[in-house]
Design a protein around this ligand. Structure first.
Ligand SMILES: C=C(O[C@@H]1C=C(C(=O)O)C=C[C@H]1O)C(=O)O
Length: 370
């Protein structure tokens, strides 16, 4: 069954037609969305319906795949053991010097009071020639708790990833979001001991989300902060649930993106620092992706008499958008892995470099294969 969906997508690759394959966190269903032509549809105000693929900087427009055909199959795959890759630990002295300098500059800027936190990132090029579906199959096999996707548009490119971060999920006027930040390598199953730096960094994200949404929502409540695993890493997470006024989803979304989990706070100054200093194009990394305004039917009380069948159902709009992290862009014979991390005044440049190396392993492992 999975093979049939892969074959259909492989055919789209051959015919240069857009598609996306994805599996939601902890689910055992693989979804394929297929667009009938190679048009590039752009999102205007997030009231559209389709599968959205948005860049970090929304001054470039978000792309919408039309859901001309949607196919769902149960996800069962042959198990494949991966050996840990140490590709990313390769000593790239020049790149390390450049990146740690960038971090030192960011810390100086924080100390001058320009912002409290900024998320900096880099791109790692890897030679690779494997079949894309084989790589995606490994992603699905290894990262069951993540949103695992394979996105293709002949005029835009090919992206894959396994992201642990929900940007926003909505059903009618109810929504869920999260603040995810702070990173440690996972050692066994024991929760890590979080440092002040990580707790502070994550709290900044939570506070920011409350502040950004306070005028846009009717209610917003947060759960207890918890430690969660993403592949071989641990993060700190606080879930938030709320309600917005009818038809205000677009506003909530625009207020949320980009959160300080991928940009910084205060937002404007952090974003300015990123755009002026990172000196490369993040493109769709730290953007967001997922189903936008799809319809779900809610059955009402079926026992009530004397009503038309249709009166028992109400149609709600649902969206499920993820932050595009732990991802890569694929080319004919190379992949570009994108990684970053949050910088605060307590950051140590060398450690931040190591954090990006650890994060890059999420994709390195599936490229290295067996
Ligand atoms: C920016 C990335 O991840 C984000 C940054 C984190 C951090 O700074 O600790 C943790 C999770 C994500 O919100 C990335 O994976 O590239």
């Amino acid at each position: 069954m999975v093979q049939e969906l892969f074959d259909r997508a492989a055919n789209c690759l051959k015919e240069q037609l857009p598609f996306v394959l994805y599996c939601r966190p902890n689910e055992t269903e693989l979804v394929g969305v297929f667009q009938n032509n190679d048009e590039v549809h752009k999102v205007k105000d997030f009231t559209e319906t389709g599968f959205v693929f948005a860049p970090f900087d929304l001054s470039s427009e978000a792309i919408l795949l039309k859901m001309d055909a949607v196919e769902k199959v149960p996800l069962s795959l042959p198990h494949e053991e991966l050996t840990a890759s140490n590709n990313s630990i390769k000593n790239n002295i020049e790149e390390k010097a450049r990146y740690t300098k960038l971090i030192s500059n960011a810390i100086d800027s924080i100390d001058k009071g320009n912002f409290n936190k900024v998320v900096l990132s880099r791109k790692i090029e890897v030679d690779f020639k494997e079949n894309h579906f084989q790589v995606y199959q490994r992603i699905l096999n290894v990262y069951k708790k993540a949103f695992c996707y394979f996105w293709y548009h002949p005029k835009i490119g090919t992206w894959m990833g396994a992201t642990p971060e929900i940007l926003v999920k909505s059903n009618g006027s109810q929504f869920t979001t999260m603040s995810l930040a702070g990173t440690q390598n996972s050692v066994g199953n024991d929760e890590p001991r979080w440092t002040e730096k990580e707790l502070h960094e994550q709290q900044l994200v939570t506070d920011y989300i409350f502040d950004a949404l306070k005028d846009k929502v009717i209610s917003l409540n947060s759960s207890e902060r918890e430690s969660v695993r993403a592949g071989q890493l641990w993060h700190l997470r606080t879930e938030m649930k709320g309600t917005f006024a009818p038809n205000k989803f677009g506003e909530v979304l625009k207020a949320l993106h980009p959160t300080p989990a991928v940009c910084g706070s205060p937002l404007k100054n952090a974003k300015k620092f990123i755009l002026e200093n990172e000196l490369y194009e993040r493109s769709f990394y730290t953007g967001f992706l997922g189903e936008l305004n799809t319809k779900s039917e809610l059955s009402r009380n079926r026992n009530r008499r004397n009503q038309e069948n249709s009166a028992y159902r109400s149609v709600m709009k649902t969206s499920e958008l993820f932050v595009n992290l732990r991802c890569m862009q694929l080319f004919k014979d190379k992949a570009e892995i994108y990684v970053g991390g949050g910088i605060t005044s307590d950051s140590i440049p060398e450690k931040e470099w190591e954090e990006t190396a650890l994060k890059s392993n999420t994709m390195f492992r599936v490229l290295a294969g067996k």
